[in-house]
Design a protein. Structure first.
Length: 393
């Protein structure tokens, strides 16, 4: 409760202002296809004491028109329009600056939440005085199929540092965010939410988990989290990983296990996601150099031997980019062998980061497909080009 002074007829009277229970921040950019479903799930929440802060990041479609319609329909919807397209980090920070709620929630404009999501999280928050209260998450794929998503509650109960992503599946005490100056790093186009979450999880005094209530993350092919990552996104991921490791180094994390969980997750992310999701040699090199930079910052290098391969630790310590590239290339190859009568090798398919090879009887090269910036090249017997698909600029 906040005390507010009002002046009327030259008399000062004191009254109290009760902020909304939760401020829900929704960054919006060209989301007209999904926005009404998102807003419908928020306005239908069983917890009515909420405000919905929609930040239009200079959309060029009909998103702002939809937002204005909902703003007129329900006073809990508040629309803020950015003067220029500034990215999701700036949009979320703008929402934080104007939010009045006791707790803060975040929803992406193409996602939605079940109708009792915020009531159950807020009830737990008020009964336990927690800084962070997390629900569960589901991923909804392109065909509408749903599946569990994010770190398991069992792992988070073992160590809170396992809460490494799905930041929007939780609510955060507003005063806790303000006190620790937690926001989203501007200029980091990918994984800025991971930076926010890592800091919040490390600094929180208490984190509560609520089962059987869901945030629904809708996976879009065109989202920032698409399967193939551009050079720009790869560089941004390297930057965000560096920010997180610098934070845990400077924050003097007392729990060595928590430190190792956060660090190793960032390092594995470089290998598992960044390298594998690159489609170019330049992108792979960015991911490898990023991993070497992280390794150099690690406080507890002795803990890595159990989590990474022996060769990888040696190559990282040597800063050997060539050896790491060869090691990761071998690990990332996908090989499918088709056998006749389960014994006679007929066809071997090898899928590398930028090529697909088909080999007949294990030694006759049949087809090779190479993916490049300037187009897709198809070769027969590795020497005769039979097709080239130009990439239009």
């Amino acid at each position: 409760m906040r005390k507010v002074l009002f002046m009327a007829d030259e008399n000062i009277r004191e009254t109290t202002y009760k902020p909304p229970a939760i401020s829900i921040i929704v960054p919006v950019y060209n989301a007209e296809l999904f926005l009404e479903r998102c807003l419908g799930s928020l306005l239908g929440q069983t917890l009515k004491d909420i405000e919905i802060i929609c930040i239009d990041d200079k959309s060029s479609d009909g998103s702002l028109k939809i937002l204005r319609k909902y703003e007129k329909k329900d006073s809990r919807v508040k629309v803020v329009v950015q003067e220029k397209n500034s990215g999701v980090a700036v949009a979320r920070n703008t929402g934080l600056a104007v939010a009045a709620g006791e707790y803060i929630g975040f929803v992406d404009s193409d996602d939605f939440v079940v109708l009792d999501f915020y009531e159950k999280l807020y009830d737990r928050a008020t009964s336990t005085d927690a800084d962070i209260v997390k629900g569960e998450a589901r991923v909804v794929d392109y065909g509408g199929k749903e599946a569990p998503f994010g770190p398991s509650f069992a792992d988070i109960k073992k160590n809170r540092a396992n809460f490494v992503y799905t930041f929007w599946s939780a609510i955060y005490r507003h005063d806790f965010l303000t006190k620790n100056k937690l926001d989203f790093p501007v200029g980091v186009i990918v994984a800025q939410d991971t930076v926010f979450l890592a800091k919040a999880v490390i600094l929180a005094s208490k984190i509560e988990l609520v089962e059987d209530v869901y945030y629904c993350y809708v996976r879009q092919a065109s989202s920032l989290d698409s399967d193939a990552l551009s050079v720009e996104k790869l560089k941004s991921n390297v930057e965000s990983n560096g920010i997180i490791v610098d934070f845990i180094n400077n924050e003097a994390v007392d729990d060595k296990d928590a430190y190792n969980i956060v660090f190793i997750e960032r390092l594995k992310y470089q290998f598992r996601s960044q390298y594998k999701r690159s489609r170019t040699f330049e992108g792979c090199l960015i991911a490898i150099r990023g991993a070497i930079e992280l390794y150099e910052k690690c406080k507890y290098k002795d803990s890595l031997d159990k989590k990474l391969g022996e060769n990888q630790v040696r190559f990282l310590s040597e800063g050997n980019e060539v050896a790491l590239f060869a090691d990761l290339l071998e690990r990332s190859n996908k090989v499918i062998c088709l056998k006749l009568f389960n014994c006679i090798p007929l066809l071997k398919i090898i899928h590398r980061y930028d090529t697909i090879e088909m080999i007949l009887f294990r030694w006759i090269p049949l087809l090779r497909i190479e993916k490049r910036y300037e187009g897709n090249y198809y070769y027969l017997f590795f020497c005769l080009p039979v097709m080239k698909k130009e990439t239009k600029k």
